[in-house]
Design a protein around this ligand. Structure first.
Ligand SMILES: CC(C)CC(=O)SCCNC(=O)CCNC(=O)[C@H](O)C(C)(C)COP(=O)(O)OP(=O)(O)OC[C@H]1O[C@@H](n2cnc3c(N)ncnc32)[C@H](O)[C@@H]1OP(=O)(O)O
Ligand SMILES: Nc1ncnc2c1ncn2[C@@H]1O[C@H](COP(=O)(O)OP(=O)(O)OP(=O)(O)O)[C@@H](O)[C@H]1O
Ligand SMILES: O=C(O)CCC(=O)C(=O)O
Ligand SMILES: [Fe+2]
Ligand SMILES: [Mg+2]
Length: 258
């Protein structure tokens, strides 16, 4: 999967729907080519080698405990957190993944996140607020960070840095499974290396879409629709929910609703 990542970054592989994202400071100033410019791949569902991750029985065995037998892979990412450029933009603000998802119930959604190498505090491991998954969905917005923030990296509003945190230091191949309400983020990468992880958000295909109009998710819904219309030239008839229905892939059981 590391090899496939390199292929994509050097444009030896062209994958439909894939989003190759650069760090905001790299995109706006430095000239960097290849994998060193890439912060994140999103939506690799059409890449057979990377998507193999989402179908691994040793992952699905645990996912099924949360989703039940009808399992959709809704969102795929390979994160290549770069050495920080000095602006602290390699951080990912504290957030709840449910903010991005117009489907419910939350208890039938789970993220698997696998370290592709040793991750620790210095290279920006995951940081979680234990117990926060028992709360409700919070308001999210761009944090007011001097050095800038990556596109769509919303954070919980009024984040309290005093809340007890747990740093998830992991060995290569270790996997965490977490609830979409769990408040989590990741720190700065203060090393010279790129911190790689691969992840998939799964949901029961029995989940249902919700309308986010008038909810705290309206801001991200509008941002996603705006991006989809610019990128794919689609009009307003493609909804926030549609962008998810198009990306989701069945990995086990039947596609009943999503
Ligand atoms: C649970 C899960 C869903 C949670 C998350 O995933 S949170 C993060 C979600 N983030 C995303 O989904 C964003 C995905 N990224 C993208 O869609 C793209 O990379 C874009 C940010 C739109 C950039 O598109 P790209 O095709 O690379 O376009 P260009 O290189 O021509 O740049 C167009 C304008 O965008 C700017 N840009 C590029 N990368 C970033 C960045 N990382 N953050 C903020 N702005 C950025 C770039 O400077 C350019 O701006 P202007 O020169 O037009 O002002
Ligand atoms: N104002 C904020 N809003 C949202 N999230 C934030 C905010 N400030 C920091 N965070 C997030 O909190 C988490 C912890 O980051 P921070 O860099 O403060 O500490 P760390 O990297 O865990 O530890 P240290 O740098 O002290 O070793 C990261 O996910 C970071 O993005
Ligand atoms: O790998 C990371 O830094 C965390 C990314 C994350 O939480 C997300 O994109 O939703
Ligand atoms: Fe997240
Ligand atoms: Mg830090």
């Amino acid at each position: 999967m590391v090899d496939e990542f390199e292929h994509i970054c050097t444009r030896k592989a062209n994958v439909p729907g894939l989003v190759v994202m650069k760090d905001v400071t790299i995109a706006k100033s430095e000239f960097v080519e290849g994998e060193k410019a890439v912060t994140k791949l999103q939506d690799f569902q059409e890449d057979p080698e990377l998507f193999r991750y989402c179908t691994l029985p040793q992952i699905l065995k645990y996912v099924e405990c949360f989703t039940g037998p009808n399992i959709m892979a809704m969102h795929t990412m390979l994160i290549n957190k770069p050495p920080d450029t000095g602006k602290k933009t390699s951080r990912h603000p504290m957030h709840q993944d449910l903010h991005y998802f117009p489907f419910r119930p939350a208890d039938r959604i789970v993220c698997s996140w696998t370290a592709m190498e040793k991750v620790h505090r210095e290279n920006g491991c995951l940081v979680v607020l234990p117990g926060s998954h028992r709360g409700t969905l919070q308001e999210h917005d761009y944090p007011e960070w001097e050095g800038g923030v990556n596109k769509m990296y919303h954070g919980v509003r009024n984040y309290d840095p005093g809340h007890p945190r747990v740093h998830l230091e992991m060995e290569k191949g270790d996997t965490v499974f977490f609830h979409p309400l769990l408040i989590h983020g990741s720190g700065m990468n203060q090393t010279e290396g790129f911190r790689k992880a691969i992840s998939c958000h799964y949901a029961s295909s029995d989940c249902y879409y919700i309308d986010v109009k008038g909810t705290t998710q309206e801001n991200i819904g509008n941002e996603v629709k705006e991006l989809a219309s610019r990128k794919y030239g689609v009009d307003d008839t493609v909804s926030f929910q549609d962008t998810w229905a198009l990306r989701g892939r069945l990995v086990k059981g039947d596609r009943t609703s999503l």
